[in-house]
Design a protein around this ligand. Structure first.
Ligand SMILES: [Zn+2]
Length: 142
């Protein structure tokens, strides 16, 4: 389950829904905004890393509870204002995908360094200085 944000292409109204990733297409195909506008998925990158088993969206006298941020807001607009002021960026699906692939590339690179380190440490008979010299290149030489 994830928290997904949908916005109306016509009026800009946004809503959050908890669902599994596989349900998104069906949701987009079957639902439309109360104004009749077509819905599209908005993605806020930090939300992607947030997981919650709790699928209750709470709206009570305390205000609007955001699963993603784990706190109450006066309303959704207040949440978006707060998110923007605190460095959260709302991006298009394409931008989010690009960011995720970028992260994957960075993680792959990290994995490679970790593997190189292990290999080099073995080859140098456990000499960490020798292994480090082989594994890492100073930034100014790259
Ligand atoms: Zn609308």
């Amino acid at each position: 389950m994830g928290l997904y944000i949908f916005s109306c292409k016509n009026c800009g109204h946004t809503d959050e829904e908890m669902m599994s990733y596989e349900e998104i297409d069906a949701f987009l195909n079957s639902m439309s905004c109360s104004c009749g506008g077509e819905l599209t998925r908005d993605i806020s990158i930090p939300r992607l890393s947030l997981q919650s088993q709790d699928n209750q969206c709470v709206h009570n006298s305390n205000g609007y509870y955001s699963q993603a941020f784990g706190r109450y807001f006066k309303n959704q607009m207040h949440m978006y204002d707060w998110a923007e002021r605190n460095g959260y960026v709302r991006v298009t699906e394409e931008q989010a995908d690009a960011a995720i692939y970028g992260q994957a590339d960075a993680l792959t690179a990290q994995d490679k360094i970790a593997q190189d380190w292990t290999d080099n440490l073995k080859q140098s008979g456990g000499d960490k200085v020798q292994a480090a010299i082989k594994t890492f290149v100073p930034k100014n030489l790259q």
